[in-house]
Design a protein around this ligand. Structure first.
Ligand SMILES: Cc1cc2nc3c(=O)[nH]c(=O)nc-3n(C[C@H](O)[C@H](O)[C@H](O)COP(=O)(O)OP(=O)(O)OC[C@H]3O[C@@H](n4cnc5c(N)ncnc54)[C@H](O)[C@@H]3O)c2cc1C
Length: 619
């Protein structure tokens, strides 16, 4: 982090636009030109209802908070078969542990994940370090395990004590500079690049680190390591190979720094007998248990399944534009029959992925251009998982000895193999997450995965057996391993998130420049302050449940502020905690801007909403 230490930031003077806005609004009202409802006017409580589009974790958590606050809500979920979205456990059968998690599956107990663990506690799922009871389902997740192989450059190794176990350095005929090949050195390079995360975690330096991050947001991680830190391309290729998915380093440097925040552990608070300290946790029975527990807390008559939202209109933006908008009218299409119906809400919280949101007719929502661009452009990654049920858990047998979960990594197509932590005490049949891939690696595996898996998964079984046999070959036993793995194969199931009709992608993974230029437009309320975008993508913690949860609180802050529900806002923060990514002052400014039309902004000489929002986000 030399570059940061050397830098003396001149933080731009914040531009306070709120007074100007309020004065201008008063003038507009006097002249009768302000067509919007007066800021702060609360709708009649008897008719106030919030529509939540999407029943994934952010939608359900939003409903959970609203119920606690005594505010009416409805959830419209497109999927007719299940709730939970990207929390999805596939059960091969009803038997215990006969499953794998297609979506979220593991949780580091780091400070950034606090809200996830708070929710586990609220749902009585358990607490790290606390005694278990009959309702506890939180169990340790073993990230490192024991005897998990690593295989690169056709060499399988169990430990990486040698400097160049995979013979990739120039000294051994490879391409990586000999001084940069060891596991220790690569870890140090990444630690150094991600030091910003630690700096950001320390409150007093956060603003400075944020400034630095935004100035370097134009870089991909690859550009940053090569052009700012000065590493050669071969070292960076090697880092990416051992650390992540193929091509992952072409995504924003910012994304990678924020991702590394998730791993800033809070070791002292998290001690466990079996592995000290236990840093990771998972849910016995699968992460969908969380969805089941949340659903039990909600009003069943307010949850509508199989309702595909295909249109939203800000009422009043119709024939007669002079009418003040009082509601958002949402049209749904029945997933099976395509029968349409409308639902009317005071405000809508959209929690679908941006891919799903973009497909809705939002013409009547007066969305600002910046938001429309963000919805279309912000980048998602894809991910594929292959779960295999074997007749016996061969990986625990002598010769393999993988008895304490963990993860194997390789440059073979399967890339990452996860030995589940929930079946380490079982014997007999068992499930292996044989392959967990992202990005380009995922696309290549997904070419063998049908939407009707395990049926029609052409060539997948052969590919998995070959890869697993190679990965686990420490000696000349490849043929024998292949026989053992093939003979033990029982059945499999695979999922490619890019083909999921409800998500159209796995998780947000922003490209260079997208955090600094597009996210402000996504995080603002729109449509007279009656529409907010919530979900994993609308947070600083992409690809984590905590991002989805944090975004729900941010969205509710905006809606409660819009309707002047101060008491409810206070209660929410008291019980569920605040989010520090958006201060209340910023929220108020955003809300005012969201109540103006683009024409008003121009007439008031406040600049286009795009500039005004950018100013608000900077203050
Ligand atoms: C492969 C993978 C691994 C992951 N691993 C982890 C992990 O280990 N730990 C962790 O914390 N997080 C993990 N995550 C991230 C986590 O799963 C997500 O961040 C979180 O579940 C997203 O929740 P959400 O509510 O934002 O979106 P979603 O879960 O996608 O919910 C959106 C909902 O909207 C619905 N919908 C879509 N279109 C419409 C429409 N037109 N009308 C109505 N409803 C609609 C969808 O069906 C869905 O139910 C992982 C994600 C993936 C994909």
């Amino acid at each position: 982090m030399k570059a940061l230490q050397d830098h003396d930031p001149s933080i731009a003077k914040p531009i306070d636009i709120v007074d100007t806005l309020v004065e201008a609004l008063k003038e507009e009202r006097k002249t009768g030109r302000f067509p919007r409802e007066k800021f702060g006017k609360k709708d009649e409580p008897s008719t106030f209802k919030i529509g939540i589009v999407g029943g994934g974790i952010s939608g359900l958590y939003t409903a959970f908070i609203l119920k606690h606050l005594g505010i009416d809500y409805e959830i419209l979920e497109a999927n007719a078969d299940r709730m939970g979205g990207r929390i999805y456990t596939h059960h091969f059968s009803e038997k215990a542990h006969d499953y794998y998690d297609i979506g979220a599956m593991r949780f580091p107990n780091s400070p950034i994940m606090a809200r996830t663990f708070d929710l586990f506690r609220l749902l009585k799922m358990g607490e790290p370090g606390k005694p278990r009871d009959s309702e506890t389902v939180l169990i340790p997740y073993y990230m490192t395990g024991r005897n998990c192989p690593t295989r690169y450059n056709d060499i399988t190794a169990l430990t990486q004590t040698e400097d160049d176990p995979f013979k990739v350095s120039t000294a051994n005929g490879g391409t990586v500079p000999a001084t940069r090949v060891s596991h220790k050195v690569t870890a140090e390079i990444l630690d150094d690049a991600y030091d910003l995360a630690r700096i950001m975690a320390a409150t007093e330096a956060r603003q400075r680190a944020y400034e630095y991050l935004m100035r370097h947001d134009k870089f991909s991680l690859r550009d940053y390591l090569q052009n700012v830190e000065g590493y050669d391309p071969e070292t960076v290729h090697w880092l990416e190979t051992t650390d992540s998915a193929s091509g992952w380093y072409d995504m924003a440097f910012t994304e990678n720094v924020l991702e590394s925040l998730a791993f800033a552990y809070n070791d002292a608070s998290n001690q466990n007998k079996e592995e000290k300290p236990t840093k990771w946790w998972c849910i016995d029975g699968g992460t969908s248990v969380m969805i089941k527990r949340l659903l039990e807390k909600l009003d069943q008559d307010k949850i509508f399944r199989g309702k595909v939202v295909n249109k939203m209109v800000l009422d009043g933006v119709g024939e007669d534009k002079k009418l003040p908008p009082h509601k958002v009218v949402v049209t749904t299409s029945n997933y099976h029959t395509h029968a349409e119906e409308t639902h009317t809400y005071s405000a809508v919280i959209n929690t679908t992925t941006l891919g799903a949101l973009q497909k809705m007719d939002l013409t009547g929502m007066e969305l600002p251009y910046g938001m429309k661009t963000a919805i279309r452009v912000l980048r998602y990654d894809t991910s594929t998982k292959v779960g295999i049920r074997f007749k016996t858990m061969w990986w625990k047998n002598p010769g393999f000895d993988i008895v304490l979960g963990g993860v194997a990594k390789t440059d073979l197509p399967i890339r990452v193999c996860v030995y589940p932590s929930y079946n380490i005490h079982d014997s007999g049949p068992g499930v292996l997450l044989a392959s967990y891939t992202w990005g380009q690696d995922s696309e290549r595996i997904a070419a063998h995965v049908s939407t009707n898996s395990p049926h029609d998964d052409k060539g997948l079984k052969e590919l998995m057996i070959y890869n697993l046999a190679r990965l686990h070959t420490l000696n000349a036993r490849f043929v024998e391993n292949r026989r053992v793995i093939a003979e033990n194969w029982d059945t499999h199931h695979a999922w490619d998130w890019s083909k999921d009709e409800f998500s159209a992608g796995a998780f947000a993974l922003f490209a260079p420049g997208q955090f600094s230029t597009l996210i402000p437009h996504l995080l603002r309320p729109a449509s007279d302050g009656r529409f907010v975008v919530v979900g994993e993508h609308a947070s600083a913690n992409h690809a984590w449940i905590v991002g989805a949860l944090d975004s729900a609180v941010r969205g509710l802050k905006q809606i409660l502020t819009r309707f002047n529900m101060e008491a409810e806002l206070g209660r929410m923060i008291e019980v569920f905690g605040d989010v520090d990514e958006l201060k209340q002052e910023q929220v108020a400014k955003q809300v005012i801007i969201s109540m103006l039309t683009e024409e008003q902004m121009a007439r008031l000489r406040l600049g286009r909403p795009i500039q005004a929002v950018a100013q608000v986000m900077q203050t």
